[in-house]
Ligand binder design. Structure first.
Ligand code: SAH
Length: 234
């Protein structure tokens, strides 16, 4: 699975993808994450070269109809996505691999993201393009032109689509074989609960003793599963 992230702030992903299970998954080539920055695709009057040689690339503009905040312009975002599409085609065809592409656009008013969606998407697609908005959002023509699916990670408004993209990458990666360790993936299929305990059996904290539920120490796996599980963890 390759995730293609269209973002103005690719560095935001470094620390999250650089640690623990996702870092291992990338190292072991179970997943791949590449970035496309719309700023790099700014041309025309929005690209200014100053006398000192510095270059400004302006990605946003004022909203039609007025209102506060700036809107991310369609052109650089479309060009970034085009570049992702081109790269997918070239690389997959070079390796004679079949590919299925899904384009996701983050929006607080989109379809609510859930594990079931992560599972289905991870199964069906080889390449997922994730478009991260910023400011007021991206010119709405982008999602329409690309027939992208609007996805929300919850009923709150964030400052950008980068955290939603990380949520999707994390959640979908867990569904890809070999990303979780052997033990952990087995765990996925077992009855598990939302309560967890480890050593010590009796935890003393501020003069009080806190014990592990007795059933978990019983060794009776039928009972333990019954205690744990009104249902499997997603
Ligand atoms: N003015 C917009 C909010 C823009 S928030 C509105 O009222 O709908 C800026 C960007 O952050 C959005 O374009 C989107 O990409 C991202 N974003 C914010 N909250 C989100 C959420 N809950 N789920 C997914 N993306 C979100």
């Amino acid at each position: 699975m390759t995730f293609h992230v269209v973002t103005l702030f690719p560095e935001m992903f470094d620390s999250y993808l650089g640690e623990s299970i996702l870092a291992r998954a990338i190292k072991e080539k179970k997943i791949k994450v590449s970035f496309y920055n719309p700023r790099m695709y700014v041309t025309g009057k929005y690209k200014k070269v100053w006398p000192d040689g510095n270059v400004s690339r302006i990605v946003d503009d004022r909203p039609y109809g007025g209102g506060p905040g700036m809107v991310l312009r369609a052109e650089p975002v479309l060009k970034a996505v085009e570049s992702a599409l081109k790269k997918i085609k070239i690389q997959r065809e070079k390796r004679k691999e079949k590919y299925e592409i899904k384009i996701i656009n983050f929006s607080p008013s989109g379809k609510k993201f859930a594990t079931d969606y992560a599972k289905k998407t991870a199964k069906k697609y080889t390449d997922v393009i994730l478009i991260c908005g910023r400011y007021e959002g991206i010119d709405s023509r982008v999602a329409k032109i690309l027939r992208a699916e609007d996805i929300s990670i919850g009923d709150y408004v964030l400052t950008g689509g980068e955290v939603p993209a990380m949520v999707l990458i994390d959640s979908m990666s867990r569904q890809i074989e070999g990303v979780l360790g052997k033990f952990e993936s087995l765990e996925e299929e077992r009855v598990s609960s939302s309560e967890f305990y480890t050593r010590p059996e009796v935890l003393e904290y501020k003069g009080k003793k806190h014990r592990v539920p007795k059933v978990l120490l019983s060794g009776d796996h039928k009972k333990i599963d019954a205690w744990k599980g009104k249902g499997k963890q997603a």
